[in-house]
Design a protein around this ligand. Structure first.
Ligand code: AMP
Ligand code: ZN
Length: 475
């Protein structure tokens, strides 16, 4: 029986979907103004393992994940700037262009890390009419109020506001760093709609609405998308732990006030990756991008590093994580080639182990998706295989298939042919890019362009960014 830790009740609960055999899951996605860092990638990999395991168990899973391309302000108290517009201005490009670029980058990372794409990945800006509709309902029901072209949610109208985060609003307010926005009635009220004009600045991404030209607040998109694609009540809603105090309580307040129904049955939250003990975040600027690591170590090793811990345990990212991941990948590869090279014998001792590994693996995963325990079961199985290469060849092949299937639930695809080559290709590309960078430093632009063009002819595309040169196989 699968048990899931529900943040709402702070305990593990037996999982029972609304509709038998189906799971409706929503996970908060990327704010597309910057590269995917490994903290983001770890959270997305965690959902991927969970979804793959649910599918393995026979559930028909429908997964929705958003792209936040508007309305996520630099300050949670609605007084900051839109992250996308701010970054676009810094880069002197149009915000729509920035968003497109970042979404493309996002898909590349997701594919390299072998994260299954969601069934639907809507952009916030694609659902403006639906958002306006929900705001109107909240206004009509008295949960929201309009001030100078902004619409705010009045948290005092929603009886259970902050229950998920166990917030004691008075204490939180006393601790808060930001002064109350003078337009708001209460400190924790949050924006559903923002006036496109602030002082002499005009928001580029803006839409007409009954309250004038504006754009939606960040929290609204997740409520609206969840309800549009999954119905009024979702089975599972996931996000990083940073969403427990504000973003998710706001989603609950919006959705439940609008529909009068429970919004989510199981709230799941992924712990953070830290760097030298500090939260890794785009806004703090202390992050390692997923690309950097994929470029260096290949998708498989990075993916192994990302899924080796429990999704509810924090990880401090350091060289050890990669080294351990490399060793484990090697251990698995060695076992697979030992099976391949073995001509088999007459023993049958592995049969029981094949049965046990599946059972023990499922037991670990049924316990709130305990990756480290399930991986330990797999490593034990590998030890068993290595000392049983004298088993009948068909038993060895069955052991190999079981191994590959269970590893597949972690998104570890050892059959991807290019992976072995990939790592050499990564090293080779690092050398070529370094030589090209030297050429550019010496102002030998003709040579550096020639390197880029020749690579393009060979099907490899280089992209020069402020953070360095990335490469990818041209599609
Ligand atoms: P963002 O693009 O900042 O909105 O974040 C996208 C997703 O990544 C959200 O679910 C966040 O909770 C999650 N996230 C952000 N930073 C980290 C981190 N350091 N470790 C793990 N997950 C993170
Ligand atoms: Zn969200």
């Amino acid at each position: 029986m699968l048990e899931i830790y529900n943040t709402m009740t702070r305990q593990k609960e037996v999982f029972k979907p609304i509709e038998e055999g189906r799971v409706r899951i929503y996970t908060c996605g990327q704010t597309v103004y910057d590269d995917v860092h490994i903290g983001n990638a770890r959270t997305y990999s965690s959902w991927d393992v969970i979804i793959r395991y649910l599918r393995y168990k026979g559930y028909d899973v429908f997964h929705v994940q958003n792209f936040t391309d508007v309305g996520h302000l630099t300050d949670d108290a609605d007084q900051g700037e839109d992250k996308v517009e701010k970054r676009a201005r810094e880069q002197k490009i149009n915000p729509w262009e920035l968003v497109d670029k970042q979404i493309q980058e996002y898909w590349q990372v997701v594919d390299y890390l072998n994260i299954q794409r969601p069934n639907v990945s809507p952009r916030a800006t694609a659902l403006i009419p639906e958002m306006i509709e929900i705001i109107q309902i909240l206004l009509d029901k008295g949960y929201a109020y309009e001030v100078q072209g902004n619409v705010y949610y009045d948290v005092t109208k929603f009886k259970e506001y902050g229950k998920l985060g166990r917030l004691k609003l008075d204490e939180e307010k006393a601790r808060a760093r930001v002064d109350q926005d003078p337009l708001k009635k209460n400190y924790f009220d949050f924006a559903l709609w923002l006036n496109a004009r602030k002082g002499d600045q005009v928001h580029i991404m803006r839409w007409n609405s009954p309250w004038g030209e504006g754009y939606p607040g960040w929290h609204l998109e997740c409520s609206v998308m969840g309800m549009k694609y999954l119905g009024d009540t979702l089975d599972i809603h996931g996000g990083g732990i940073d969403h427990i105090p504000t973003h998710h309580p706001n989603e609950i307040a919006q959705s439940e006030a609008a529909t009068g129904k429970k919004f989510v049955n199981y709230w799941m939250h992924a712990e953070f990756i830290t760097l030298n003990g500090k939260k890794m975040s785009k806004s703090l600027g202390n992050y390692v991008t997923a690309w950097e690591l994929i470029d260096k170590h290949g998708g498989l090793v990075v993916r192994m590093g990302l899924v080796s811990g429990h999704y509810r345990s924090a990880v401090d990212w350091n060289q050890d994580v990669i080294e351990i991941a490399k060793n484990n990948v090697e251990k698995i590869r060695n076992c697979l080639s030992a099976i391949e090279n073995s001509s088999g014998g007459s023993e049958k001792t592995l049969e029981q182990a094949i049965e046990n590994v599946r059972k023990d693996f499922e037991e670990a995963m049924d316990d709130d998706f305990n990756n480290p325990k399930a991986l330990a079961v797999i490593y034990e199985f590998i030890k068993n295989i290595n000392s049983s290469l004298d088993n009948k060849k068909e038993i060895l092949i069955k052991a190999r298939e079981t191994l590959l299937e269970l590893l597949g639930i972690f998104g570890l695809d050892f059959m991807k042919k290019e992976e072995g080559v990939d790592i050499k290709l990564n090293e080779l590309m690092e050398i070529i890019i370094n030589i090209r960078n030297k050429a550019r430093k010496e102002k030998m632009y003709k040579l550096s362009d020639e390197i880029r063009d020749k690579l393009k002819e060979a099907g490899i595309q280089l992209e020069d960014t402020p953070e360095g040169t990335h490469w990818k196989i041209a599609s």
